[in-house]
Design a protein around this ligand. Sequence first.
Ligand code: FAS
Ligand code: PHB
Length: 389
Amino acid sequence: MRTQVAIIGGGPSGLLLAQLLQTKGVDSVILERQSRAHVLGRIRAGVLERGLLDLMQEAGVADRMQAEGFTHDGTLISYGDEMFRVDFKALTGHAVMVYGQTEVTRDLYEARDRTGGEVIHNVQDVTIHDANSDSPSVSYTVNGQTQTISCDFVAGCDGFHGVSRQTIPADLRREFEKVYPFGWLGILSETPPVNHELIYASSDRGFALCSMRNAGLSRYYVQCDLSDSPENWTDDAFWAELKRRIPSDQAAKLITGPSIEKSIAPLRSFVCEPMCWGRLFLCGDAAHIVPPTGAKGLNTAASDVHYLFEGLAQFYATGKTQGIDAYSERALARVWKAERFSWWFSSLMHQFPDQSGFDLRMQQAEIAFLRSNESAQRAMAENYVGLPY
Ligand code: FAS
Ligand code: PHB
C-alpha cells in the first residue's frame, strides 16, 4: 500500500491532521492500535482553546461543537471558603469552549468516514522504517497479516506510550520530565454541574476541580495519592471529600449521584526534543505531556497539528520544505509555554506532600495576588484561552 502521509495513532491529533490534509487533497492512512469503541470510551479533556475550534472549522468538523458546546467567558478559583472569578472575555477578548475530547474524537471519526478516509484499527507491531530517508515506510500486522505502507512522511500521533518517539535514536533525543507526587481521581456523573463555570479549588486537603460535559453530565476531580486506586473510593466517599475542598456555599448546592466512570490519572510534565527525525514528525502526547490543571494537553496537540499541517500543505503545493524544516522549532516554542503554564497552575493549586510552611504561605500569597491584580489575572487568562499559534 502507498500513501502520502502515514499517521500512527487514531486519537485527536492523528484524526485532526488527517482531516486537515484531506482539505488540501493530501492522502493519508491512519493506523490505530485499539478499536474505535475503545478510543471513544476514553474520558479525557474538557476545555478547548479558540485555536482548536478554528482548526475544527478549517477541517469542516465544527458544526456539532458549535451547536452543543458551551462557551465559557471565565473560570472560578477558590481557596478554602473564598472564591473569585477570572474574566477571560473582559481580560483577553476571548473565551473557551467546554466540549469533551470524546466528542471531538467522535466528530473527527465521523468526518473521516464521510470523506472516505482510511483508519485501520487493531493494528499491532507498528514499526517505522527509514524515517531518516526520502522513502520511509511503516509496517504493521492486522488479523495476523503483516502489511507495509510506503509513504512520503510519517506523523507520530501515537501518544505517550507509542512507538514514534522511540524511533528517534536515543542519542539524538533530549527528554525533560517532572513527575508530580500526586494524581487526579476523576468521576463522571449524570448530574447537573454545581456551577455553570469551572471551579479550580485549592484547599488544605488538596486540589479539586468542578467541571462538566453538558447541563446533565458533570466531571469532578480530587487530588489523590499516587498509591491510591479508584476501588478505594466509594461514590459517597468521593462526594464527601469533594464537598470538603470547595467553598461551603458551592458544597451546599452540589447535586450528587452515581459515578458512571471513575479513574485516576497520574500527573507529569514531559517534553521530547526535537519533535522530528528525517521525515518522522511527532505530534501531541507522543512528544509532550502536561498535568491537566491548565487544560493544555489536547490544546497543545492542536497547535502541533496546525504547524505540521501548514508545513505539509506547503510541501505538496510548492515542493518547498521551509514549513516542515521549521516544524520542531515552531512547535516546541509554544509547547514550552504550555508546559510552563501547566506547571505554574499545578504548583499553585495542589498540596505537595513535602511542602514547608513557607511554601504554603507562598501559594497563599500567589493566589491572593492573582485575586487582587488585574495584570496577574490577564496573564493567567491569556495562557488559559490559548496563546497565539
Ligand atoms: P492520544 O494518546 O489521545 O492518542 C494516541 C492514539 O495512538 C491512541 O488512540 C492510541 O491507542 C494510539 N496508539 C498508541 N500506540 C500505538 C501504536 N504503536 N500503533 C498505533 N496506534 C497507537 N488533557 C486535557 O487537556 N485535560 C484533561 O483533563 C486530560 N485528561 C487526561 C487523562 C488521561 C488519563 C490521559 C492519558 C490524558 C489526559 N489529557 C488531558 C491529555 C489528553 O487529552 C491528550 O493531550 C490528548 O489525548 C492528546 O491527543 P493525542 O496526541 O492524539 O494522543
Ligand atoms: C475536564 O473537564 O476534564 C477538565 C477541565 C479543565 C481542566 C482539566 C480537565 O483543567
